[in-house]
Design a protein around this ligand. Sequence first.
Ligand SMILES: C[S@@+](CC[C@H](N)C(=O)[O-])C[C@H]1O[C@@H](n2cnc3c(N)ncnc32)[C@H](O)[C@@H]1O
Length: 199
Amino acid sequence: MISQAEFFDSYAEKWDSMERPDICDLLDRVVRESGISAGMDILDVGTGTGVIIPCIQRATNGDCNLRAIDISAGMLAIARSKVNLPNVRFELADIEDFDCPDCSFDAIICNAVYPHFTNKSKVLSRIWSLLRPSGIIVVSHPTGREAVNKVHREASAVVTQDKVPTIEVMSFMLSAAGFTNISTTDEPEFYLAHAGKPH
Ligand SMILES: C[S@@+](CC[C@H](N)C(=O)[O-])C[C@H]1O[C@@H](n2cnc3c(N)ncnc32)[C@H](O)[C@@H]1O
């Protein structure tokens, strides 16, 4: 079986054309409701082709430092071709072993990527250690849980088991990792969980 990185490499060229026409509105909602604001240092995990970056730029008026990581060189190549901004830095990296002793962030966004993590508890504790006190974690699926699970079921054996957790399971995992102020939305076409690292 091919790796996840190879799987997403194979989708890179056509990824943006597969997005819903209203994806920008949905991502603007993710950013707005998560409390992303100007002045933040932000990590976009699994940035793909960078679809959420314009929304973050809009919400912060470009006043943020954004680091965007992905395991797929193909997806990153598309993202780099679209976004060339002094405050945005792309990097080929896996959050599961993202080691950055000098890094700290005010917000870490996992948009449309959480089900792909192999060891979700490990990722949550890594995100915890990368966040500053009062930092926020965002786990979002702007097209909704069922829609994502259906796409994964039908796409390829590489992702068929990658399911968006119910909001109850997501809340439990965030709480077990130490996060507080957990806020969730689980609508048929919109899924968002965000939470804070206590001060
Ligand atoms: C479904 S795509 C979503 C991309 C983008 N966030 C979006 O909303 O369009 C998932 C992305 O996460 C990346 N990815 C999967 N596992 C990852 C990991 N452990 N660390 C970093 N990126 C990962 C994949 O390569 C892919 O580009």
